[in-house]
Design a protein around this ligand. Structure first.
Ligand code: MSP
Length: 525
């Protein structure tokens, strides 16, 4: 069986999860669910990044040990993944003993290969980003170019990784693997960065203790990024279970935010080259969400709490919005108005109403029993079929590459086309005129809904389960496979379907109070 290994970044557990975390993880979930639909053996990894100075400091502030502190936060992440319907296969923590072993093992391997040496580091360090910066990179001489916070001067003995040695090999690798970094404009940024020259990288610290000890010198702890990146290998059994490693490695897709692309496309491949391991197939960087045009920050008090919006608007509504509103890969802006607009427009009107009106007509004209598709097909029928099958094929190209908004656009074009088909066919007139063609049209309408159920499943898994139930597919949406969507005609004539139902209620939102309520709907005829 073909495998597919997809990862999220492992999240720092210095605070409770926010919208940004929910975003990357939902993206990975969509990719994982779709690959299962393709019949692949999927391994979907997420987890937490628990070492480093930032965590040590946050714990000290609360009078706890770092481990006690991270133990209080990890359940919050797991709880969010449950609420968001995240179907991860494994949750890794960098404090797991297997991980500590894997990091020390790979460190030693790079050392034995002559790529790690002891030197002295003096430079500017940003604690929140756990990153060194050169003088030139600093903003106004003292602020971090990534997070804009003040950096500190540090001087310490440090182990270095010979990153400079890998510059040409990296450039050659990008050249030979044009799909490795996406989107394209990000790829160019990385290439330009590497072309400017790579300096050796400090990969150990002596100024704090909360980390994995350097195996050859216990005075040092391993740099948190060297530690964190290795999680992708630990989770598939490195180094003890090489059968499993050989099965799943290299990862097919690392999903990351734009801020951590460099770590995944420059440092990580270089570490892997040094350790003699294969490079992942693709790293996709998404953009950042702002809120009402402003950066999310605790001090501004505008951080979007994912628990709250799921509770208020519904999990699938939120999942859908995140990938429909903003092209995956670009930055975007979150507002409640936009969220409500998408829910009422696309979910309630386009999709929800399509299901409800189809099932209502089937009930009214054929007592909810799927008819035998009678009469001869015309061009419009053929177009509907072809579009359904072509959309399935198109999703297969797009979703595994993380082109999640483009894929959703394809799905919506199909939803709109089905609505157009119904309006053109006007089943109510066919019924009035007593035309036999009505059977064929109703059949096509419910069959189109079967396709739509599979298409939306990765994005909105719990709604897709309701759809599968309404259509009496005889199995759960999560068990559907692409082989059932290569031909038209899966819905069996004679099946009695549900009478209708509201999948996505229209909502009313009061921007002043923040209150959300279900809008009163007109009874459909
Ligand atoms: N621990 C590292 C990752 C190590 S992976 C080997 C880390 N953690 S993080 O918790 O700070 O961030 C994780 C992810 O959240 C990043 O991909 C980042 O881009 C994403 N986001 C944080 N804020 C965000 C927004 N406002 N919008 C979208 N995503 C954002 O970095």
């Amino acid at each position: 069986m073909e495998k597919f290994y997809v990862t999220t970044p492992i999240y720092y557990v210095n605070d409770i999860p926010h919208l940004g975390h929910a975003y990357t993880t939902t993206a990975a979930d969509i990719v994982a669910r779709f690959n299962r639909f393709l019949g692949r053996d999927v391994f979907f990894l997420t987890g937490t990044d628990e070492h480093g100075q930032k965590i040590q400091q946050a714990a000290e502030k609360r009078g706890m040990t770092p481990k006690e502190f991270v133990d209080t936060l990890v359940p919050k992440f797991k709880e969010l993944w449950e609420k968001l319907n995240i179907s991860y296969d494994h949750f890794i923590r960098t404090t797991d003993p297997e991980h500590i072993k894997a990091v020390q093992y790979i460190f030693k391997k790079c050392y034995e290969n002559g790529d790690i040496y002891l030197g002295e580091y003096e430079g500017w360090y940003c604690i929140p980003c756990e990153t060194y910066h050169t003088e030139k990179e600093l903003l106004e001489g003292k602020y971090c170019p990534m997070c804009k916070r003040e950096v500190v001067r540090v001087k310490e003995e440090s182990y270095f990784f010979r990153l400079s040695k890998y510059q040409d090999r990296l450039l050659e690798f990008y050249e030979k693997n044009p799909d490795f970094i996406a989107p394209e404009f990000r790829r160019n940024e990385v290439i330009n960065f590497v072309k400017q020259g790579l300096k050796d990288l400090s990969i150990s610290r002596t100024s704090f203790t909360w980390g994995i000890p350097v195996p050859i010198n216990e005075k040092h702890v391993i740099y948190v990024w060297f530690d964190a990146l290795t999680n992708y290998l630990t989770a598939v059994g490195y180094p003890d279970n090489m059968d499993k490693v050989n099965h799943y490695w290299p990862a097919d897709l690392h999903l990351v935010g734009k801020d951590i692309l460099r770590f995944h496309t420059v440092y990580w491949p270089a570490f892997l080259m040094s350790a003699g391991l294969e490079i992942p197939k693709r790293v996709f960087a998404h953009g950042w969400w702002t809120v009402n045009g402003e950066k999310m920050s605790k001090s501004k008090g505008n951080v979007v709490n994912p628990f709250e919006i799921i509770e208020k608007f519904g999990v699938d509504q939120v999942r859908f919005f995140l990938f429909r509103e903003v092209s995956f890969g670009l930055d975007g802006d979150f507002t409640y108005e936009k969220l409500v607009g998408r829910i009422n427009g696309e979910l309630a009107n386009d999709l929800g109403n399509l299901f409800n009106r189809t099932l209502s007509m089937l009930k009214k004209y054929r007592k909810s029993v799927v008819p035998e598709p009678k009469g001869t097909e015309d061009e419009l029928d053929v177009e509907l079929k072809n579009k359904a099958i072509a959309t399935a094929a198109r999703l297969k190209e797009l979703i595994p590459k993380a082109e999640l908004t483009r894929a959703l656009e394809e799905i919506w074009q199909f939803v709109s086309f089905v609505n157009f088909y119904i309006d053109r066919r006007a089943p109510w007139s066919l019924n009035k005129e007593g035309k036999e063609e009505l059977d064929r049209v109703l059949y096509n309408m419910v069959e189109a809904l079967r396709f739509i159920t599979a298409f939306v499943y990765p994005y909105m898994p719990s709604s897709a389960e309701k759809m599968a139930e309404m259509l009496k597919l005889g199995k759960k949406a999560e068990s559907l496979r692409i082989s059932e969507f290569e031909e038209w005609g899966g819905i069996k004539p004679g099946t009695e379907l549900e009478k209708g139902g509201i999948l996505f209620p229209r909502i009313e939102y009061n921007p002043e109070t923040g209150e959300v309520s279900i809008a009163k709907t007109k009874k459909s005829k």
